[in-house]
Ligand binder design. Structure first.
Ligand code: DGL
Length: 292
């Protein structure tokens, strides 16, 4: 029995249905997973932070490799894939919470997913607020996918938290492929990193940047390469640790029983998945499955 998946009932209704006096958090099956979703391996940067705060939590890491990359798709394409896939995955795997560990999907489809799924959803949005709070020069760079950097969601974050700062955006979609390759054990092409750096530095005011928002979950996987290329004096900010804390807060008081072999779920069978296995194992993902 799942209280999370009764069709469109409000949380208040669910609470009334818990007749034995316990609240609904305690009614969650201890083996119910937290489902992290991304187009590819980027959400592993969020999983790494989640493991620090909730090491005992069972996790399904879901990658829509059949739809990768999201950053070059239209809003309608991304929204349709994310809503459809999360609906299917929810029915199949009964997660206690879903984290959309993808800035592109979150900035486009977070509210739509929340409207259709009756399970707590945590999104990933560009960390403009912490960047604005810590920049000294007042010049912030933002690296994201082409789809993310054009979102009104990002405009709103800028006007709310960084109106008195200079925010320079650059679509660095090439870094997505570089991060995917790195996790398959491939060498990262330094030219790809250099183009992302130049994309910010070459804009008017770009030389003053002291803080770079990594507004794509793939990009923290290239932290070392980006640090080398930007040089000293630039600090990187991403949302992963904050998202992990939010998930921990929303699941506070729940029981967890985790098998040692969490699942990596893909939307398309392809040969390159075998090359990913060693990296996935470093994140505790020892089984692979393809969504059918
Ligand atoms: N990891 C995704 C994000 O955070 C994007 C990757 C893609 O283009 O699919 O935006």
């Amino acid at each position: 029995m799942s209280f999370l998946f009764r069709p469109v009932v409000s949380r208040r209704t669910v609470l009334r249905q818990a007749q034995d006096g316990r609240d609904w958090f305690e009614l969650v099956d201890s083996a119910a997973p937290i489902l992290l979703f991304d187009s590819g391996v980027g959400g592993l940067s969020v999983l790494a932070e989640l493991r620090k705060v909730l090491p005992q939590a069972p996790v399904i890491y879901a990658a829509d490799n059949g739809g990768l990359p999201y950053g070059t798709k239209t809003e309608a394409e991304v929204a349709a894939r994310v809503c459809g896939l999360l609906g299917r995955m929810s029915e199949r795997y009964r997660p206690r919470l879903i984290c959309i560990a993808c800035n592109t999907a979150s900035t486009i489809a977070l509210s739509m997913v929340r409207d259709v799924l009756n399970v707590p959803i945590v999104g990933t949005v560009p960390a403009i607020k912490p960047a604005a709070e810590t920049t000294r020069s007042g010049a912030i760079g933002l690296l994201g996918t082409a789809a993310t950097i054009r979102q009104a969601y990002v405009d709103r974050l800028e006007s709310e938290f960084a109106a008195d700062k200079t925010l320079l955006r650059f679509a660095a979609g090439e870094l997505v492929g570089a991060a995917e390759g790195k996790l398959r054990g491939e060498t990262v092409d330094p030219m790809v990193i250099d183009r992302a750096v130049a994309g910010l530095r070459d804009q008017p005011g770009g030389a003053e940047i002291d803080t770079v928002v990594l507004a794509c979950t793939h990009f923290p996987l290239l932290h070392a390469e980006l640090t080398d290329a930007f040089g000293p004096g630039v600090r990187f900010v991403d949302g992963a640790a904050g998202i992990a804390r939010r998930i921990a807060a929303l699941t506070g008081g729940q029981d967890f029983s985790r098998s040692a072999r969490d699942l990596a779920l893909f939307t398309k069978a392809e040969d390159s998945l075998a090359a990913l296995a060693p990296a996935l194992e470093r994140y505790g993902l020892f089984r692979q499955e393809v969504l059918t």
